[in-house]
Design a binder for this molecule. Structure first.
Ligand code: GLC
Length: 787
């Protein structure tokens, strides 16, 4: 407890409180974002998530009253009381977030827990006090979103979780407190207000979102500082945007990384990999990436290759590239303890491994047997790891998949006192556990960037807040269960709301055997997740698109081709993400946060703002109920126009994923390609749905950093419906030598009488539900007159 306030000082944007016991600091980052800090462990903030905190000069006013100090920004009022109790109000004085005044009081658990344990049940702990703890009052109607990759429903109200990166091979279920990632950020939606809290503490931390009691929720950590950001905004989009202003945006990836990816533990010989590649061509299924899992290495030694299974590794990479396919290889952190193995020797010589309390490199077991763990807390080690990427890049590898970096360990967890070197200061496993995957991906990203000079493609299993700057993520070892297909949706949506815009899961499920129906439905979700990778475990049945029957093959082809068609739209969304942090795959609540019908939707999502996807995620179902929010929506398949704010029933035979496009939408499409870059796209299709709407389409070379120097194009397309329909096409930034010569317009209405472009009549073809025509890709206005 901090006790009474003894003194208050202001230093620029910081208001410093000297309490009877300890110090508290309120720092105004900008009118919307406030940091609450107390140096319980160190005076420094030491954030690994926030690399450059850009505070804004802003007006703040500090006033002392009898009971508290009030700090005012243009947007917030913050009241600070004794015991460092902090309440937040909006600018006109409505309470947003209030510290809970009482003691924690868990619900009573009756009866004998020991008896329950005898049968093997897990007994819930009653109360755990932590060194750092913030308890907030529940006003009643709070909904919570975010918190990374946690299991359970989209809305985290009523759950409790732990942040402790965990390699979890057991089926992921709702009662799991932690999985692979620690993203201690959540968004609270209540009444008409919305705010986020980012608890930047890397020790094991706890989040109880009203499970322990319905009067409060809390976040707590075993050690470290009290350090959280209160992030306010008018809309949920702004909360995500401001959180990613702090922790970083997902950078625009190379376009091929958005293509379809096929993986397996493992395609373990040259012939097998080439065979897989050929099958994609044979079955006419687009693909951009094949993944090589651990068996390409020599005895699981990272940065080595098995020359028997993959003779002439680089030539194989070149052959695949010739077919338009890139290879991503797995790299785990564990380095085999093996004298004479160059990676191990170099790390040992330079003191690069984490140590036990006696200063000896700490050994545990992973795939190669006894292994040591690079100390990624140390910049020298990260630089070394970055250098090692050169080996992979020179062999023709195009991206790196970082796994087992929780870090995983087969012989029990790493002890708490394993020593890390935090840039010269000794630290321990308790502080660096949750950062291990983050720092490993950061090193990987930097290495790939240095040796390719292109936008790096890294995938990681473990991460911390802010990892989105360096890596994409997947949700780890799921299973081929319908339950896991369902779970993947809220997981990916919450990852997206936690800053991880580029995420995906193992399509078809990792462990267990997939079925034709499950894969058919899963590919219908994968099609819309930014990372679209089918992956499965050793010893499970084959799971490639052709591994089942003709119908499953056709469904895979249909949705993978749809993905390639929507690539320019997805690329636009990734560009948007780099600007404002919004994920491509979005919970409905992000855009419709005033509509209570969407707060708990676990099985529908938006793909960007314009497309609503309501996949079938139950075995045997060929129809489903779904909710359309406000506005008018077009059924993507039938083009039927439907009013929003209602529940509808959609027939969805096995090959149909219900999809709806909002009125006024303009969706860019590419022609069929077998891989990204196969064709020069000289004709961009614009799929247009009647209604007022604006859209910006982004174009660049799809791989380099030249866009940062202005080498990109931005097109604005505006649709206005009056008596006639006017569609304006404008180039608003020209910096890249565009490949577009023509625009193919698909206008989704069959009642068209006349089309003109810049006042010249245009011939159009009438289809069942739409018309199509072609014009030159130059600035101008299309006018459509309906019958
Ligand atoms: C882990 C990964 C999985 C991978 C396997 C072998 O279980 O999560 O994706 O296939 O290790 O490397």
């Amino acid at each position: 407890m901090f006790g009474k306030i003894l003194e208050v000082k202001q230093e620029k944007n910081k208001v410093i409180f000297l309490f009877e016991q300890g110090t508290g600091i309120i720092e105004i980052i900008n009118p919307w974002v406030v940091n609450v800090f107390s140096p319980l462990k160190t005076n420094e903030y030491k954030s690994k998530a926030i690399e450059s905190l850009k505070g804004e000069e802003c007006k703040i006013n500090v006033e002392t009253t009898g009971t508290h100090i009030q700090i005012t920004t243009d947007k917030l009022k913050i009241n600070v009381y004794e015991n460092f109790i902090v309440d937040f109000y909006d600018e006109i004085g409505n309470i947003l977030c209030e510290d809970y005044r009482g003691e924690r009081k868990p619900f009573v658990r009756r009866g004998n827990g020991g008896k329950l344990e005898e049968e093997g049940h897990k007994v819930l702990e009653n109360i755990k006090e932590n060194k750092v703890q913030v308890i907030k009052k529940l006003m009643g109607d709070e909904k919570f979103y975010g918190l990374g990759d946690k299991t359970g429903n989209l809305n985290k109200r009523g759950y409790d979780y732990e942040m402790w990166n965990t390699d979890e091979p057991a089926p992921h279920v709702e009662s799991h407190k932690s999985l692979y990632k620690s993203i201690p950020f959540f968004i609270t939606l209540r009444d008409k207000s919305v705010f986020g809290i980012f608890f930047d503490n890397t020790y094991k931390s706890y989040f109880d979102m009203g499970k322990e009691n319905n009067e409060y929720y809390y976040f707590a950590a075993e050690d470290g500082n009290l350090n959280y950001y209160f992030i306010y905004g008018d809309k949920m989009e702004q909360i995500i945007s401001r959180y990613t202003d702090l922790t970083g945006k997902t950078p625009l990836p190379q376009m091929w990384t958005l293509g379809y990816q096929q993986s397996r533990w493992s395609y373990d010989t040259k012939d097998r990999v080439i065979g897989i590649a050929e099958n994609f061509r044979k079955y006419d299924i687009p693909i951009d990436v094949i993944h090589l899992d651990i068996d390409y290495m020599d005895g699981y030694r990272v940065f080595t290759f098995d020359n028997n299974k993959f003779p002439g590794f680089k030539n194989i990479m070149d052959d695949l590239k010739g077919m338009g396919i890139k290879v991503v290889t797995i790299i785990d952190p564990g380095v085999k303890k093996d004298k004479g193995y160059f990676v191990y020797d170099k790390g040992l010589k330079n003191n690069y491994y984490v140590k036990d309390k006696d200063g000896i490199p700490y050994v545990n077991e992973v795939w190669p047997g006894d292994s040591v763990y690079p100390d990624f807390a140390d910049k020298n080690v990260r630089d070394w790891w970055s250098e090692n990427q050169r080996i992979m890049i020179e062999e023709g590898v195009s991206g790196i998949w970082n796994d087992m970096n929780e870090p995983a360990s087969f012989k029990g967890p790493l002890p708490n006192d394993v020593v890390f070197n935090d840039e010269g200061i000794e630290s321990d496993h308790r502080e660096f556990h949750n950062l291990y995957g983050h720092l490993m991906s950061k090193a990987t990203f930097k290495g790939i960037k240095k040796y390719t000079r292109k936008r790096p493609f890294v995938i990681t299993r473990a991460c911390y807040a802010g990892s989105q700057k360096y890596t994409t993520v997947w949700t780890g070892d799921n299973q081929s269960f319908w339950e896991h297909l369902r779970l993947s949706i809220p997981m990916l949506l919450n990852l997206g709301m936690s800053g991880m815009a580029f995420c995906g899961c193992d399509v078809g499920g990792f462990s267990f055997d997939c079925t034709s129906e499950l894969l058919s439905r899963w590919v219908q979700v994968g099609c819309f997740s930014p990372l679209f990778r089918n992956h499965s475990a050793i010893h499970s049945r084959d799971q490639e698109p052709w591994a089942f029957d003709e119908e499953t093959l056709n469904i895979n082809r249909k949705y993978i081709k749809l993905r390639y068609k929507l690539l320019p739209y997805l690329y636009d969304l990734m560009h948007e993400s780099e600007c404002n942090g919004l994920p491509p795959m979005r919970a409905l609540v992000i855009h419709y946060s005033n509509d209570k019908n969407v707060y708990n939707i676990n099985d529908e999502f938006l793909f960007g703002k314009n497309i609503l996807v309501a996949p079938v995620v139950e075995q045997g179902k060929t129809y489903r109920a779904l909710y359309l929010p406000q506005g008018k929506w077009f059924d993507y398949w039938t083009k039927e126009k439907i009013n929003g704010q209602q529940i509808i029933i959609k027939n969805a035979p096995i090959d149909v994923c219900p999809m709806y496009v909002k009125e006024g939408s303009i969706i860019p499409n590419y022609p069929d390609q077998r891989y990204v870059g196969e064709k020069v796209i000289d004709e961009l299709t614009l799929d247009i749905y009647e209604g007022n709407g604006d859209y910006e389409h982004y174009e660049d070379d799809g791989e380099s950093y030249n866009y940062k120097n202005g080498k990109y194009n931005l097109y604005r397309i505006t649709q206005r419906v009056k008596e006639d329909i006017s569609i304006k096409f404008e180039k608003i930034h020209i910096g890249y030598d565009s490949s577009y010569k023509y625009l193919k317009i698909i206008f989704n209405s069959s009642k068209v009488k006349l089309v003109t472009f810049n006042n010249d009549n245009v011939d159009f073809v009438e289809n069942d539900n739409n018309i199509e025509f072609k014009i030159n890709a130059v600035d101008g206005e299309i006018k459509i007159t309906l019958i």
